[in-house]
Design a protein around this ligand. Structure first.
Ligand code: RIB
Length: 335
């Protein structure tokens, strides 16, 4: 394997000149640059990312943790992150935590030991946790996405879930519904809690009572939506509409309702949250709250790279606003 020293000898220049030409870290005359590049070609030289990272003290690699890759929401955010990394010349190492606190801490430690230049964290086990690895690797920029209070310095990119939950519920009210239930995500997760708070705020504003028989907590997954809907069914008559805290649970509810012969939206209106790619392809196409997933991803990379390049010190919080997407799973309700 040819080295920079071999190139320098063949081109008749110093090794540092070879390094400047290959890493483009300083101007070198066209004539010398041509000699160096020709020597590199003749020797079939392949730059070493490891050597470059040691010299530049940068690996041009970012690490990202997500809760799970099975929820399309994360896949769509990761797509935005990965595309932005590519455009900015960075690589991405992606880890799943599956909600496991120990696995999350292990992954963060591994990524920092691999000297990633920054970390993007979007995992539920993070909230309220102290991450020892950050004490051992101080100064590594971290962006927390889509999660709540954390006990370490970081930038934050967040959906306004309080507004989103309010918008979803208020839309049902504007469609004439008065008996409205809510299936929440895990309330220990900040976004799930804030969507539920948004639901309660809209109901209070409209002076509508909240029937606890129509409220159930689930796990942000399809199976959790099914179980929560079954519990609500077993408690007695159904409401005319349900706000479900994410599209994955909403798809579970639609499936469980169909199995019971309950028609959506004729018998029961459903509104979800996230606007994942498949939401418009289920039957009926899901009315939901759109989270700007791609922008969540690109904003996270921009926050990290800005901090790496400009050494920004002040922590920043970027709020991304949700929007209503009306499809076919909610009907006008006439009492
Ligand atoms: O953890 C899964 C959920 O959290 C997603 O569906 C999205 O709503 C995120 O906030």
């Amino acid at each position: 394997m040819a080295t920079m020293k071999d190139i320098a000898k063949r081109a008749g220049v110093s090794t540092s000149t070879v390094s400047h030409v290959i890493n483009k870290t300083r101007y070198v005359s066209d004539e010398i640059a041509a000699r160096v590049n020709q020597a590199a070609k003749d020797l079939n030289y392949s730059p070493s990312a490891l050597a470059r990272s040691l010299k530049m003290n940068r690996t041009k690699t970012l690490g990202m943790l997500v809760t799970t890759s099975t929820n399309p929401f994360f896949g769509e955010v990761v797509k935005g992150v990965e595309r932005s990394c590519y455009q900015k010349g960075y690589n991405l190492i992606l880890c799943n935590t599956e909600g496991d606190d120990h696995r999350m801490k292990e992954s963060i430690n591994t990524l920092l030991e691999k000297r990633v230049d920054g970390l993007i964290l979007m995992c539920s086990a993070l909230e309220g946790e102290h991450i020892d690895a950050f004490d051992r690797f101080p100064g590594v920029p971290v962006v927390v996405m889509d999660r709540g209070p954390v006990h370490f310095a970081c930038d934050k990119i967040q959906d306004n879930s309080l507004l989103g939950g309010f918008m979803a519920t208020n839309y049902l009210i504007e469609c004439g519904h008065r008996e409205i239930g809510c299936i929440t995500g895990p309330l220990k997760i900040h976004q799930a809690y804030m969507r539920y708070e948004g639901f309660k705020k809209a109901m209070t504003n409209a002076k509508l009572p909240i029937n606890p028989a129509w409220v159930a907590e689930a796990n942000f997954e399809c199976d959790g939506g099914v179980d929560a809907f079954e519990h609500i069914c077993q408690r007695g008559p159904l409401p005319s509409a349900l706000f479900v805290g994410n599209d994955m649970m909403a798809m579970g509810v639609v499936n469980a309702a169909h199995a019971r012969g309950i028609r959506i939206p004729q018998d029961l209106s459903i509104i979800g949250y996230d606007d994942i790619y498949i939401a418009k392809y289920i039957t009926p196409p899901l009315t939901t709250i759109h989270q700007p997933k791609h922008r969540l991803g690109t904003a996270a990379v921009e926050a990290l790279v800005n901090r790496l390049d400009k050494h920004k010190t002040d922590a920043q919080v970027v709020h991304l606003e949700p929007t209503l997407v009306v499809r076919d799973s909610v009907r006008e309700y006439i009492a």
